[in-house]
Design a protein around this ligand. Structure first.
Ligand SMILES: C[S@@+](CC[C@H](N)C(=O)[O-])C[C@H]1O[C@@H](n2cnc3c(N)ncnc32)[C@H](O)[C@@H]1O
Length: 296
C-alpha cells in the first residue's frame, strides 16, 4: 500500500478514535459484557452462537469467518473440531451472519473446498449473491493417496444484493527476483497496462504461510492466517469507518488488520481472547508485506 494511503488511514483513525469504540448502537438487549474494547473495536470471549444473536439486524458492513474445519484439530479447551453435525452448526452461525449484514454487505467464508461447496449452496438458497470462489494456494498440504494433491483452501465471497462497496485491488506487475526484469510480455499489450498493476485474480498464489513466530502468537499455536488475506478482504469490501465482524477471532488477524486500516470491528473468540488482547498490547506480531494497490 502506498505511503499516501497509510497516511490517510492514520488520519481517519485519529478522527474515528475518540476514546473507546461505542459499540452500544450495534448491540441489542441482553448482550454479554465485552472482554476487551479498543478505540475501533470490541472483542467478546465466548461461543459465537451465544454472542451473535445480540448483534442488531443489518448493522455490519462485512463478515469474515474462518471456522474450525472439522478435522479433529486441537484448538483450545472448549473448541469441538470433530462434529457429527458440522454443516448444521455452520448453518446456525451463517444464519446470524446473514441477518446482521447490511443490504449490500459482503460475507466471506474461509474453509476446505469440501465444506465451502455446501456452505456456498446454503448461502445462495438464503438469497445471497455469489461473487467469487477464491482459491488460496497452500504449499504445506501432503498428497493423499487416490486423490489429486490438495493445494488450495477456498474463500467464498457473497454479497447481500448488489455490493455497496467493491474496491478494485491491483497486484504489482511480476518481475524476476534475480534480474528485476518483467517476466511476462502481456501479449504485446504491456504499454496499455495500468501502471498500478494488474486486477487481482480469484486465484491467490502469493499468500505467505504463517510459520515464523514473528507473525503469530507464541501462546496460541493453532492456525493463524496471513494479514495479507485479511488486507484483501477488508480493502475489497469496506471503506474506513465501516464495521467488520469476525465470529472466529483466533489470533486476532482480522482485528489487527481492521485497526491498521481504520475499520471498526466486532470480534468473538471462544478460547483465545486473552491472546488477542496480548497481540494488541505487545505489538510483537508483525504484518506480512503487501504491495497491493487499492483503487479508491
Ligand atoms: C481457524 S481458527 C481462526 C484463525 C483466525 N482467522 C486467525 O487468523 O488467527 C478458528 C478459531 O475459532 C475459535 N472457535 C471455535 N469454536 C468457536 C465458537 N463456537 N465460537 C467462537 N470461536 C470459536 C477457535 O478457538 C479458533 O481460535
Amino acid at each position: 500500500m502506498s505511503t499516501a494511503t497509510n497516511g490517510r488511514y492514520r488520519q481517519v483513525k485519529i478522527a474515528l478514535a475518540k476514546g473507546r469504540f461505542d459499540y452500544g448502537p450495534y448491540l441489542g438487549a441482553g448482550a454479554p459484557s465485552p472482554h476487551f474494547v479498543s478505540e475501533l473495536g470490541v472483542l467478546f470471549a465466548g461461543d459465537c452462537l451465544d454472542v451473535l444473536p445480540s448483534i442488531r439486524d443489518e448493522s455490519v458492513d462485512s463478515v469474515f469467518a474462518d471456522p474450525p474445519f472439522n478435522l479433529g484439530k486441537q484448538y483450545g479447551r472448549r473448541t469441538n473440531d470433530q462434529r457429527s453435525d458440522y454443516l448444521e452448526w455452520c448453518q446456525s452461525w451463517l444464519d446470524q451472519c446473514v441477518r446482521v449484514l447490511k443490504p449490500g454487505g459482503s460475507l466471506f467464508v474461509y474453509n476446505l473446498p469440501k465444506w465451502n461447496v455446501m456452505l456456498g449452496a446454503y448461502l445462495t438458497n438464503a438469497g445471497l449473491d455469489f461473487r467469487h470462489w477464491i482459491a488460496i494456494e497452500i504449499s504445506a498440504c501432503m498428497p493423499i493417496p487416490g486423490r489429486l494433491h490438495p493445494s488450495h483452501y477456498s474463500l467464498i465471497y457473497y454479497s447481500k444484493g448488489k455490493p455497496k462497496t467493491f474496491r478494485r485491488l491491483r497486484t504489482p506487475i511480476q518481475t524476476c527476483r534475480h534480474c528485476g526484469e518483467e517476466v511476462k510480455d502481456y501479449g504485446g499489450h504491456r504499454d496499455a497496462m495500468n501502471p498500478n498493476g494488474v486486477t487481482l485474480k480469484d486465484v491467490w498464489t502469493d499468500i505467505p504461510p504463517v510459520r515464523h513466530w514473528k507473525f503469530k502468537s507464541k501462546n496460541r499455536r493453532a492456525n493463524a492466517l496471513s494479514t495479507k488475506t485479511l488486507d484483501r478482504v477488508v480493502e475489497m469490501s469496506t471503506v474506513p469507518g465501516d464495521l467488520v465482524l469476525d465470529p472466529f477471532g483466533g489470533s486476532g488477524t482480522t482485528f489487527a488488520v481492521c485497526e491498521a486500516k481504520s475499520r471498526h470491528w466486532i470480534g468473538i473468540e471462544l478460547d483465545f481472547a486473552p491472546e488477542i488482547v496480548e497481540r494488541f498490547e505487545s505489538d510483537e506480531i508483525r504484518s506480512h508485506r503487501n504491495d497491493d494497490y487499492v483503487e479508491i
